[in-house]
Design a protein around this ligand. Structure first.
Ligand code: HEM
Length: 93
């Protein structure tokens, strides 16, 4: 199990709760999506604002549905939706 799914570090890990990162946030080194140390992801600083802009536009400009709601997301070791997570986008009114 990855640290971000460990219930002792992240209660209700499956529940979307952005507030869990507010204030002091999670314990140090408990959330390490980019690895750490001398081999930490080189794309770290690039990927985070890129994802922020992408999610901002998806949330603000579109409504979306999962086309395969029960799609499996195996970990090997990173989570990867087995069918590529197809979604249906509709423009927001
Ligand atoms: C959400 C996006 C990304 C995630 C979650 C991610 C995650 C990771 C992780 C976990 C590692 C292994 C770190 C370790 O061994 O401790 C890694 C390595 C690496 N990542 Fe990323 N990455 C992302 C995006 C990117 C992007 C956009 C680039 C390039 C533009 C990139 C370039 C690299 C490189 C070159 C390494 C190898 C670093 C090394 O071995 O010295 N990554 N990444």
């Amino acid at each position: 199990m990855t640290t971000s799914k460990d219930p002792t570090l992240f209660p209700n890990a499956e529940q979307f709760d952005a507030s869990r990162y507010e204030g002091a946030g999670p314990a140090p080194y408990s959330y390490v999506p980019f690895g750490g140390g001398p081999r930490i992801c080189l794309g770290n600083e690039y990927a985070r604002p890129q994802i922020l802009v992408f999610l901002h536009n998806i949330v603000k400009r579109f409504k979306w549905d999962l086309m395969i709601p029960d799609e499996k997301v195996p970990y090997d070791p990173m989570p990867a939706p087995s069918q590529g997570l197809p979604i249906r986008l509709r423009p927001s009114a």
